[in-house]
Design a protein around this ligand. Structure first.
Ligand code: G4P
Length: 224
């Protein structure tokens, strides 16, 4: 739970159907409501049923490694659970519906999975910033730099000018928000392109690291 900022605290709980597309019979529904209400109260996340699916999955299948690293490679950033990612996509859509989003932006590699599902729900293209200029990339690019805290180097990230411009209203999606270097770089790319940023939808925010606070202070809406 320490990894999950209760950004949705206080918001109304959603129905199982809204969350999963599934319906239950009356008796099973009553049992489900009791179970989830109990679990949410115990976890201190009552009122934010939206987050329960991912929180439960992290508790069940995540692993905390030394150095504050959360391993979620069984369902999020190596092997992926498409149903879970679809629910995250629906949740990002619920949070940012009405914001006029016409493009999802992420960064390779692990952001691409959640971003694609978000793109499916929003019905818009998904653009990912490349970390390396490969041979089959040609033309003009928007670039910015991302500092890697792991390797202590600055990396250039880029997107084609063809796919990001002043007409775009962008939702940035990523799997993790930690130090926020990647998110900073993506916001800078949008600023350079003249695109407006509706906000950032993050699967897991490590609220004890400084990225989220800094980016919110930059005036960008971050939901995690
Ligand atoms: P940032 O994304 O907020 O800038 O994070 P930071 O620079 O601190 O982290 C560098 C990389 O490590 C990022 O991936 C980030 O997603 C990942 N990361 C940070 N904390 C955790 C964690 O607790 N668990 C896992 N599994 N990953 C974490 P990246 O360099 O963009 O790599 P990629 O996997 O997307 O290719």
């Amino acid at each position: 739970a320490a990894f999950c900022k209760s950004a949705n605290a206080g918001r109304g709980a959603r129905s199982l159907r809204e969350m999963t597309g599934y319906t239950l019979g009356k008796r099973r529904r009553a049992r489900y409501n009791l179970r989830t209400a109990g679990a949410a109260r115990r976890a201190g996340t009552w009122g934010c049923a939206d987050m329960e699916l991912l929180e439960r999955r992290i508790r069940a299948d995540g692993e905390v490694l030394p150095g504050g690293i959360l391993k979620v490679d069984g369902f999020l950033n190596h092997q992926m659970d498409p149903q879970l990612l679809m629910e995250l996509g629906r949740e990002f859509h619920r949070l940012f519906a009405g914001e006029g989003v016409n493009k999802i932006l992420t960064i390779e590699a692990s952001g691409i999975g959640p971003a694609c599902f978000a793109g499916l729900v929003f019905g818009c293209p998904v653009l990912f910033a490349k970390k390396n200029r490969t041979r089959n990339l040609s033309g003009e690019f928007w670039t910015s730099t991302v500092f890697s805290f792991t390797h202590h180097v600055e990396n250039t990230i880029l997107v084609s000018k063809k796919y990001l411009g002043p007409g775009d209203r962008v939702l940035i999606v990523d799997d993790f928000l930690a130090n926020g270097a990647a998110l900073d770089g993506l916001i800078t790319l949008c600023e350079k392109a003249g695109a407006s940023v509706a906000g950032a939808g993050i699967c897991i925010e490590k609220a004890f690291q400084p990225g989220g606070g800094r980016i919110r202070a930059r005036g960008v809406r971050v939901e995690s």
